[in-house]
Design a protein around this ligand. Sequence first.
Ligand code: F3S
Length: 470
Amino acid sequence: MIKVSLISLGCAKNLVDSEIMVGALHKAGMAVIPEAEKADVVIVNTCSFIDSSKEESISHILQAHQNRGMTKRRRNQKLIVAGCMSQRFAKDLPNAMPEVDAFIGLDQVAGIAPIIGEIYARERGANDAPASFIEGRSTWIPDYDTPRFRLTPRHFAYLKIAEGCNHPCTFCIIPQIRGRHRSRSVESVVAEARQLVREGVKEINLISQDTTFFGMDTWEQRPNPRTPVDSSRGTALTTLLRQLNAIEGDFWIRLLYTHPAHWSDELIRTIAECPKVARYIDIPLQHISDRMLARMQRETSGEHIRDLLRRIRAGIPGIAIRTTFIVGFPGETEADVDELCEFIRQTRFERLGVFRYSQEEGTRAAKMEEQVPRKVKDERWHRLMALQKEIAAEISSSQVGRTIPVLVEEPGVARGEWDAPDIDGRVYLPITVPVGEFTSVEITGFEDYDLLALPAGVAPATRKVARQAQ
Ligand code: F3S
């Protein structure tokens, strides 16, 4: 039996691709094992978003190659590179990395098993370049019956509702890697969600490059792509959320990666009316200054964003808003950063991440003048992070005394509705609460971005004992 080991890098979308590869390998009768040294084939599923992710991917590939000489079995081991870096540099990588046996792209993940068969069947001469199975731009999207083996803990799952991206953001390379946006059908997503709930999943995280664009692809062929986006046409996501909310069972639905240009009042109303949809939205805004938003080509404005956030807060009581900003984008001035800080102070985001702009080869922003020096980017990053730290402490402090539901992740560690897996804070509680289940806790304190809690209803006399067990 062929044994395969897989290293998955990058984001949740790439993780789903890894899960599809593992599902396909199992279906073909191959074993997937964690120990690379015992494997016949090693697959590195790469990320290529910014320079540091490329470096990490290259280092894993080279490490896997170097380790091949270490055992007898490994000397004949095949090395396959998959994922975003492989897709992005499809033409150059086979020459640049001759140590690799084969490169596959995003559309080949479900067909990985016959590809391994081909690699074994192929006689590779000493001077032959690695095989490449990548065929043009990515157009594929999985369906509910695509074999998949989940790599997340049993109680939460990522569900990819669409693939690709049609946005023209000048800093981002992902549309060139993952291709044009294509949505799955509502029926396909609901069928997969039902299966996940049957398997015991308590939290379904809906992902794509832009989840608010779900179902809008059919009218995207508007005559002039610069025509402002009309968010009123997007009813597919609200239909999907209502159908997911109607599935029987005790679980959360979490909406990740929304775009401010595509929100509608109907979407706000739908979230408010669907109790299974977590009171949490992820809405990367990138900036608030109109100058910056225009240069980034974010298809939105400061006024639109401010108005949208007001409507979201008013329409969905108890909502937590997570966003990300980029500092140091070409042409950003101190006045732009002042405006951004003031906006953060006023909006008080419950969750916030800050990235330093990365000059990515192949993007329009990389060719812009007025690139910001690294030192200035660092200063701005520290300024925003310090501001958010103060706000986060105030928000955490306001939670003390509240009783909230949490999902227990591992012994003594849980997440609330306001915390997405891997990116947000945690709730620490006594280790006696069962893993993978919901429970109700009372918040008793906080440490930076994390909360401390006790099971709700614990009598005051037993609190001290329970705290000691934390
Ligand atoms: Fe994700 Fe990295 Fe690709 S962030 S979409 S794995 S470039």
